[in-house]
Design a protein around this ligand. Structure first.
Ligand code: BG6
Length: 467
């Protein structure tokens, strides 16, 4: 359709964007704190400019206007998440908080009224801090079961209207942030615990998938998936030790969730290494059967940057105990393109490589690009005299990534959509509002929201189903 369209996408393609509850709503009237709420209260200086999760982009109060703006820029689908700490009054029984229920009902109804498909995620790093204090959070299988209870409640309450569900956003980031590299509370460094958490999150996802498949929503065609940050690992060279290092990175950071989610089993090479090193997770045969029998219906792939690895050269710091870093060093490709604000390499071709990996090694399962984005600091400097925001770099970034996605689709990749991070500039963990990603800008002082040039661009792309 249309003239001058070089890249046409399949019919009913999702042109949307992703965000999450804790990054947009603000804490208003929330009965419980998640780990980030707690961490901010305790240590505000750990957050960029000491901006915390209290107000964020005020979605709790402005969801109607915000959803109208999302509609006005042509988004046909949007992912957000239900906060465990807002919906649930009592975690042990999953008794519902009436205000939380009313809010999420309103949000979902508003999306539907606007003709936007709501994609609802159940966990976006927002563990209730009480469940960390009481049980050790994701270290505990009790918490796995409480999460299943919460998920079942969500299906029962919203499954009549929500047809696309996500169990977790980037579960690997929980493992890395909370248990290895100290960028999420409780900032522990413990490789053995990290490995158990990795397993428990896989178990939780499979149990939730299993519970969903028994619902009316699933009977009526509803689907459930998981969103993984698949950061492909490229070796420094084809030398055997570099390839081996990159393969370990792939095993530990990607296949550890991808394989159980899609194939129902863990990578054997990963299990061998963890067993040999004495850090393998504790699992029962019954749990492994649950993981085997409850694979996802579709996959979401978040992609921002590639990962490059080389054979271990720097001495491994034994004082930290077991760490995956024992088997590789990160490697920066000389002269590579960078997003200087985020410190991430820009490598659009990885989208094609991810798509071919899914096609060739994961049965070409149905998937969508669930996050991709360009975070830029100081976007105020791109405000023009007439008040418009000229973020051409974001448009260029998306067009380049989408051209590789298009190539993959033309070679039969089973991709059904593209979601940018994010519809409206949102709060982001310890980076807070440092790097802006949205199609729509938010002025934190006034909460005035303004569509950027990229917002007008996506509207056109969505209308034309291509560019
Ligand atoms: C994604 C997360 O990995 O990256 C989001 O799912 C996050 O929650 C986004 O906000 C951008 O992260 P940052 O740190 O650059 O703001």
């Amino acid at each position: 359709m249309g003239v001058n369209i070089k890249y046409n996408f399949p019919a009913n393609f999702w042109w949307g964007a992703a965000t999450s509850g804790p990054q947009t709503e603000g804490r208003f009237y929330k009965r419980h704190d998640n780990v980030f709420d707690y961490w901010f209260d305790k240590e505000p200086q750990a957050f960029f400019n000491q901006v915390g999760p209290n107000v964020t982009s005020n979605f709790f109060n402005s969801y109607k206007e915000d959803i109208q703006m999302m509609k006005s820029i042509g988004l046909n689908s949007v992912r957000t998440s239900i906060q465990w700490t807002r919906l649930i009054k009592d975690f042990e029984t999953a008794q519902v908080d009436e205000d939380g229920l009313e809010f999420y009902n309103n949000v979902i109804n508003e999306f539907l009224k606007a003709g936007i498909i709501p994609v609802i995620n159940l966990h976006h790093f927002d563990l209730p801090v009480e469940l960390y204090d009481k049980y050790g959070g994701w270290e505990s299988k009790k918490v796995v079961d409480l999460f299943v209870l919460f998920a079942k409640k969500c299906f029962a309450l919203f499954g009549d209207r929500v047809k696309h569900w996500i169990t977790f956003n980037e579960p690997m980031v929980i493992v890395e942030g909370e248990y290895l590299y100290q960028f999420h509370y409780p900032k522990i460094v413990d490789g053995k615990k990290a490995v158990q958490v990795l397993y428990n999150l896989n178990l939780a996802s499979a149990k939730v998938v299993g519970a969903f498949h028994k619902t009316k929503c699933a009977e009526n065609g509803g689907k459930i998936g998981v969103v993984l940050n698949l950061t492909p690992s490229y070796p420094r060279s084809q030398a055997e030790n570099d390839v081996k290092a990159a393969n370990f990175v792939e095993d530990f950071f990607n296949r550890s969730f991808l394989d159980p989610a899609i194939k129902g089993e863990f990578s054997h090479t990963l299990v061998d290494v963890l067993k040999r090193d004495g850090v393998l997770w504790e699992a029962t045969p019954e749990e492994l059967t649950i993981i085997r029998n409850n694979t996802v219906d579709f996959l979401g792939v978040n992609y921002y940057q590639p990962r490059r690895a080389k054979a271990k050269e720097a001495p491994f710091d034994e004082s930290k105990g077991w760490m995956p870093d024992k088997y590789f060093d990160d490697y920066k490709l000389p002269g590579c393109r960078m997003n200087p604000y985020r410190g991430w390499e820009i490598y659009p071709q990885a989208i094609y490589d991810i798509a071919m990996n899914i096609k060739n090694n994961y049965g070409n399962i149905s998937w969508y690009l669930s996050e991709n984005g360009m975070g830029v600091e100081g976007e105020e400097k791109y405000v023009q005299k007439d008040g418009s925001i000229d973020d051409q770099y974001r448009i260029d970034f998306y067009e380049e990534h989408l051209s590789w996605l298009h190539k993959a689709i033309s070679e039969k990749a089973n991709c059904f959509g593209f979601h940018a991070w994010t519809p409206i500039d949102c709060w982001s963990w310890s980076n807070a509002y440092k790097n802006r990603y949205g199609y729509i800008a938010v002025d934190l002082a006034t909460q005035i929201k303004t569509i950027k040039k990229s917002g007008y661009w996506i509207k056109k792309v969505s209308q034309q189903n291509g560019f």
